[in-house]
Design a protein around this ligand. Structure first.
Ligand SMILES: Cc1ncc(COP(=O)(O)O)c(C=O)c1O
Length: 380
């Protein structure tokens, strides 16, 4: 029986499709954004301890106070911003959930939301599930910068929200402080809400730094900032995240959250509070930078072209212009089947499947996984 769908996306998310294809062909999976290495030992120990010590019942709806206070302390230390742990932080089962909940808290039928593309694939279905309309604006290749005049042109009196993402999936681009100022200038005097997806905030390389919407006093007043522990501690399967927003926005968020998940895995909250307080054995960005550098070094020996090295995130874009001119979806399938390496075609991050002949590699993998993948790609 065919049920009517609340959104226009057809079929299954590309991440599921490519991971299944990787398994079917025994390929190395550099498609979906998840690490294949062990998490910090102290963190797994803390999870076991929490369960053993009896922290196994429902946590408060907004999240454990100890975790919310550790998050506030971490933002104070790293960004020098003051956040009210009780009124502004809500723990969620992952960032995808937090994005959906924030959209559901604010959107009504007929509202418009500006989405900068390529975009993480949950945004558009989430907007459409809420009866709102997606207004896509393309980022500018090859560096995938925002063309602010085009964002301004896309705004109408119905624009209810703009969703932004830095460090960016899939391109690895990051926003400068000037980008936030541009955004502030165009939303000034409107009642537009910003959703700022900052799940890769701690994965920024070299001398660069992440600028959070929370550092921008004016924008912070109208923003939901959304985070994932999975991307910081390489434990994506825990599906833990949080939302930081001004008190009124947080209240609206919690009105939805209390009837969606209500509360989030208690032992995991204790474990995350522990690791926030004590830190990991090695800084998380250093681990990921090593992997990015290793991958960039290896990929030089293949016919792929890297136009811009990733400045943040888990991901590196590559062009296959020197290999063939297949559509990117076909290329990614072919590469998986014939060469045993699974990637993600970038057209899947565009509403109209725009094809720039680019694929995305996830380098958040063990060095030996990257070595073996590139060994296979050298045969191209
Ligand atoms: C940009 C972006 N936002 C959100 C998420 C989802 O994070 P979580 O696993 O915490 O739901 C991802 C995961 O890949 C992502 O890349």
């Amino acid at each position: 029986m065919d049920f009517p769908s609340k959104h226009s996306a057809t079929g299954t998310t590309i991440f599921t499709v490519m991971s299944a294809l990787a398994t079917e062909h025994n390929a190395i999976n550099l498609s979906q954004g998840f690490p294949d290495f062990h998490i910090d030992e102290d963190l797994s120990q803390a999870l076991g301890d929490a369960a053993k010590n009896g922290f196994n019942q429902y946590a408060p709806m907004a999240g454990l106070p100890v975790l919310r206070h550790e998050i506030a302390a971490s933002f104070k230390k790293r960004y020098n911003v003051a956040i009210d742990a009780d009124a502004e932080i809500t723990i969620t089962p992952g960032a995808t959930y937090a994005i959906y909940t924030a959209f559901t808290a604010i959107l009504s039928a007929g509202d418009e939301v500006i989405v900068l593309e390529p975009a993480y694939d949950s945004y558009i279905p989430n907007i459409e599930m809420n009866g709102a309309k997606v207004v896509p604006v393309a980022l500018q290749a090859p560096a995938f910068e925002v063309d602010w005049s085009r964002v301004k042109e896309a705004m109408t009196p119905r624009t209810k929200a703009i969703i932004v993402n830095t460090p960016h999936n899939p391109t690895g681009a990051i926003w400068t402080k000037a980008d936030w100022d541009e955004l502030a200038a165009i939303v000034r005097g409107t009642d537009i809400t910003i959703l700022s997806d900052e799940v890769y905030e701690q994965l920024v390389f070299g001398d660069e730094r992440h600028y959070s919407v929370l550092e921008h006093a004016e924008l912070r007043e109208c923003s939901f900032a959304l985070y994932s522990f999975g991307k910081v501690y390489n434990n994506t399967g825990w599906k833990m995240g949080y939302c930081i927003a001004p008190p009124a926005y947080t209240q609206a968020f919690r009105r939805i959250h209390q009837f969606l998940a209500f509360t989030v895995n208690t032992p995991a909250q204790y474990a995350l509070a522990h690791i926030l307080a004590h830190g990991t054995a090695e800084p998380v960005h250093a681990v990921m930078q090593r992997k990015r550098d290793h991958f960039l070094n290896l990929i030089k020996d293949t016919p792929f072209t890297i136009h811009t090295p990733a400045r943040g995130s888990y991901f590196q874009l590559a062009s296959y212009e020197r290999i063939n001119d297949m559509p990117d979806m076909e290329f990614a399938r072919w590469l998986t089947k014939e060469y045993g390496v699974a990637t993600i075609p970038i057209s899947s991050f565009y509403h109209d499947k725009k094809d720039d002949k680019l694929i995305r590699f996830c380098f958040a993998k063990k060095e030996e996984t990257l070595d073996e993948a590139v060994n296979r790609l050298r045969k191209l």
